[in-house]
Design a protein around this ligand. Sequence first.
Ligand SMILES: O=C(O)C1=C[C@@H](OP(=O)(O)O)[C@@H](O)[C@H](O)C1
Ligand SMILES: C=C(OP(=O)(O)O)C(=O)O
Length: 414
Amino acid sequence: MNILITPSRLHGTVRIPASKSMAHRLLICAALAEGTSVISGVDMSRDITATMDVLSAFGASFRQEGSTITVTGVGNARPQAAVADCCESGSTLRFLIPVAAALGIHTTFFGQGRLPQRPITAYLRELTKKGVTFDYHNTMPFTIDGKLRSGVFELEGDVSSQYVTGLLFALPLLDGDSEIRMLSKLESKPYVDLTIACLRHFGIAVQETEQGYAVAGGQQYHACDLTVEGDYSQAAFFCVANALGSDITLTNLNPESVQGDKKIVEIVREMCYNREQGLPAGFTVDAADIPDLVPILAVLATFGTAPSSITGAHRLAIKESDRLASTADLLNRLGGKVTATPDGLEIEPVEQLHGGTVDSCGDHRIAMCAAVAATRCAGEVTILHGECVEKSYPRFYEDYRQLGGIANVIVLES
Ligand SMILES: O=C(O)C1=C[C@@H](OP(=O)(O)O)[C@@H](O)[C@H](O)C1
Ligand SMILES: C=C(OP(=O)(O)O)C(=O)O
């Protein structure tokens, strides 16, 4: 599906959808708990559906009424074998491999899009030392077998924090105590903090140590009722649209949230503040803890009054697209001046973007960036494969239109 956007500023109020990261976590904890939990405020997306489908295959059950999901934990209903279709969700895959192994479920993991190429290397190395076998040939599907044993797990800190989160879900279920030792500084740490906060609600304790995390075995998840808060990584698109001249009120955000991507509010405020002062409004951002903000920060930087630099972002090469390359390509096709470096992006500001045809590369965040950049283009913007927003924000174009944006599905002549 291709989307044609006629440039216009956006006005009005948007309810930011529920945090995908928090929804994954609460649904997983609820599925591991004894009894029934009620998780409210969930907005469905392909990634969240994938997590629920895999948890169902592990024996959990879900009853959905609107945005409220009643979850009955796996309990004794766990099967011996399961088929786990993770679609394109890295979180679903990396969170649920150790969970399957802790439950001792022989599982075949399927994936689509770029997921089969995204790394699970640390699991291949660490889980095989602890009783799990992988029938893995550098792609998906692959199958795991065996029951995970407790002990010490060593993880690189700069590939994906999702490994840490996955182990934090699984290790409390094991008989013995475990430790996660970081081999290098943990990037995306706010996501692990979010995991620990979610686990705490379900009665699971994790200790942060000098080297990583200590997790006692033999813990039990206790069912509870919780509401998912709004998603700052999605709010970022509208925050940046506002910095570029739109007038959007964002609702459903928790100002006290521990989501790392809340940082977008500060970055935009500082840049606008500088602009009011008539000072150069370029910025330098270390994105090690906020990888999902990088593409939209590049859109923001394109309209600065001085060059900007984003560092600490080498991991973006292994997201739904190579996001450093796809972000640079998106903005350059529209008339921007962005260079991808091995560690991030260098952005020269421009007065205006001319518009044009851009490829989302099947990456939801790139498609949404294009729609925000379009608010400041001189000419129309065509987004190829715009349907990829379904991964995290299926209502995105509806919300965009409700804010006065002009976004229509078009058929391109071949
Ligand atoms: O734990 C999570 O919910 C996520 C962690 C981050 O991944 P990495 O830790 O691989 O950077 C982030 O990019 C992803 O969108 C969601
Ligand atoms: C990278 C993302 O998600 P995941 O890793 O779960 O596929 C994302 O939503 O930008």
